[in-house]
Ligand binder design. Structure first.
Ligand SMILES: [Zn+2]
Length: 166
């Protein structure tokens, strides 16, 4: 009887880990967004549309300082669009408090709206996340998130625009 009680959490843990690994594999080979109509703008056009911080983050792969972003400690009900092209990227239902200093989500609104790239800068192997439509740099995805996906999409506030739900 007691043995069973110990075994069950172990089984759940194995199932969750397997699930997360499968998801990460899917991410790196994601090509569902190939048919999406792209948004292209010149550097000048982006500079006119975006604030200097938004431009730095999304067009120069910058990172806002931790705990400074508008949506880091923000949990209103609604959805988050790309600051560059307005594509819906995340929903408030999947936002969680990670304590890492940037808005964190465990799942995108639609997988096809994101693109994933291997990023080896700063001596780390990370998975960079960009907008599938305008190629804006959004942040990175890590495999230490909560269930059900086990993923943490660590996204710059400066790359997002929030739309409140009525
Ligand atoms: Zn975009």
């Amino acid at each position: 009887m007691y043995k069973f009680i110990f075994i069950i959490p172990i089984i759940i843990n194995i199932a969750l880990n397997t699930c997360a690994r499968k998801e990460m594999k899917n991410l790196s080979s994601s090509d569902q967004s190939e048919n999406m109509e792209k948004v292209y703008k010149t550097e000048e056009e982006w500079k006119q549309q975006l604030t200097p911080l938004q431009f730095h983050v999304t067009r120069e792969k910058g990172t806002e300082r931790p705990f400074t972003g508008r949506f880091n400690d923000f949990f209103e009900k609604g959805y988050y669009k790309c600051i560059g092209c307005g594509l819906v990227l995340f929903e408030s239902d999947t936002k969680f408090h990670s304590g890492c200093g940037w808005p964190s989500f465990f799942d995108p609104a639609e997988m096809k709206n994101l693109k994933f790239h291997r990023d080896t800068s700063y001596g780390m192997i990370r998975s960079e996340v960009t907008c599938a439509r305008c190629d804006a740099h959004l942040g990175h995805v890590f495999d230490d998130g909560p269930p059900p996906t086990g993923l943490r999409y660590c996204i710059n506030s400066a790359a997002l625009e929030f739309v409140q739900e009525e």
